[in-house]
Design a protein around this ligand. Structure first.
Ligand code: FUB
Length: 279
C-alpha cells in the first residue's frame, strides 16, 4: 500500500514526527504540530517553526482519533526560543514525561522535559533543559526490567551512533543509504532490540538489531521507502498483538513543513526482518 493511499490520522491540524505508545491500553501519539510560515526551506530547518504540542489518542488503529488540544506551548518554556520539534513521552510511577527538543536562547537545540498526571497532558515544563543535553529527536524506551533510555540525535547527519554492517564493520558516514541521520526510535521484538531511524537526505526509514538497548546494532534493512516530502520520521508500537508503524508525509499540503501523520501495519518474517506486507 503506497503511503499516499493511507489517510492522515487528523486533517484539522498538520502533524509530524509521531511517537506512539500504549498507556492504559489506549494508543497515544505525541507528534510535532506543524504550522504555516513564510520561512523558505533551508538546511537549518528554520521552516519547521512549531510553537506548541498536541496529543492524539485512539482506542485502537482505525477507531476515532481524539485531538487533546494544546498540551504545552513555547511561551510556557522559560529556556526555549523557538522550534518545538519531534517529542516523545514515557510513564514512570504514575507520572507522564514529555521529552522535547527546542532551540535555547542562544539558538542551540537542547532537550527539555515536561511533566503531567495523564498521558494526554497537560504538561508542565522544567525551568531548564536536561543538563548537558543537545541535539534533537529524543526517543524514550523503557525496557521490561524498568530501566529507561533516551535516544536522540540528528541535524544534517551527525552520525552520533555507530551502526554495524553484516560483517561487523561500522557503517561509514558516506553510506548515505544506511547510516543514521535523525529520527531515532527503539522497540523490542522477540527479545531483540530494534533501533530504527531516518537516513535523512536519502529519505529511508531503516532499522538495526542488537542484543542490548545500548547496542551494538547491526543493520537489518529498510522499513519504508521515501514518502512525499523531504523528511521521514516514525515510531513502532505493538497494540493488541499487532505491530504498527506511525509515520508522516506531506500528502495533505504538498509542503515539506506541513506534514500529516499516518499509520500502517508492519510484520516480521521468521528471521525477525521487518516487512510492510504480510509474509
Ligand atoms: O520536525 C522537525 C524535524 O524534521 C524532526 O526533528 C526531524 O526528525 C524531521 O522529521
Amino acid at each position: 500500500m503506497a503511503s499516499t493511499s493511507l489517510q492522515p490520522l487528523v486533517k484539522e491540524i498538520f502533524t509530524a514526527d509521531p511517537s506512539a505508545h500504549v498507556f492504559n491500553g489506549r494508543i497515544y501519539v505525541y507528534p510535532s504540530h506543524d504550522i504555516p510560515t513564510p520561512i523558505q526551506d533551508n538546511d537549518n530547518g528554520d521552516q519547521y517553526a512549531m510553537a506548541d504540542y498536541h496529543v492524539l489518542s485512539m482506542d485502537s488503529v482505525g477507531s476515532p482519533v481524539t485531538d487533546h488540544g494544546v498540551v504545552l506551548s513555547l511561551e510556557q518554556i522559560p529556556w526555549a526560543s523557538k522550534q518545538l520539534w519531534a517529542p516523545d513521552a514515557a510513564e514512570k510511577n504514575g507520572k507522564f514525561y514529555l521529552f522535547f527538543p527546542a532551540r535555547d536562547k542562544e539558538g542551540v537545540f537542547r532537550i527539555g522535559v515536561a511533566v503531567g498526571d495523564k498521558p494526554e497532558g497537560p504538561f508542565t515544563p522544567e525551568k531548564e533543559p536536561i543538563e548537558g543535553s543537545y541535539s534533537i529527536d529524543p526517543a524514550s524506551f523503557v525496557d521490561e526490567d524498568g530501566e529507561a533510555y533516551l535516544y536522540f540525535g540528528g541535524i544534517w547527519g551527525g552520525q552520533y551512533l555507530a551502526l554495524l554492517d553484516e560483517a561487523g564493520k561500522p557503517l561509514d558516514s558516506s553510506d548515505h543509504d544506511r547510516r543514521f541521520f535523525e529520527a531515532a526510535w527503539m522497540h523490542k521484538y522477540n527479545g531483540k532490540y530494534y533501533f530504527s531511524y531516518s537516513t535523512g537526505d536519502t529519505h529511508y526509514l531503516c532499522y538495526a538489531i542488537g542484543d542490548s538497548p545500548l547496542g551494538p546494532f547491526t543493520y537489518g534493512g529498510r522499513i519504508l521507502e521515501p514518502v512525499e516530502g523531504w523528511t521521514t520520521h516514525h515510531s513502532i508500537v505493538e497494540h493488541e498483538g499487532r505491530w504498527w508503524l506511525f509515520h508522516h508525509d506531506t500528502s495533505l499540503s504538498g509542503k515539506n513543513h506541513l506534514r500529516c501523520v499516518k499509520v500502517r501495519e508492519i510484520f516480521y518474517d521468521a528471521t525477525g526482518k521487518i516487512t510492510v506486507t504480510e509474509p
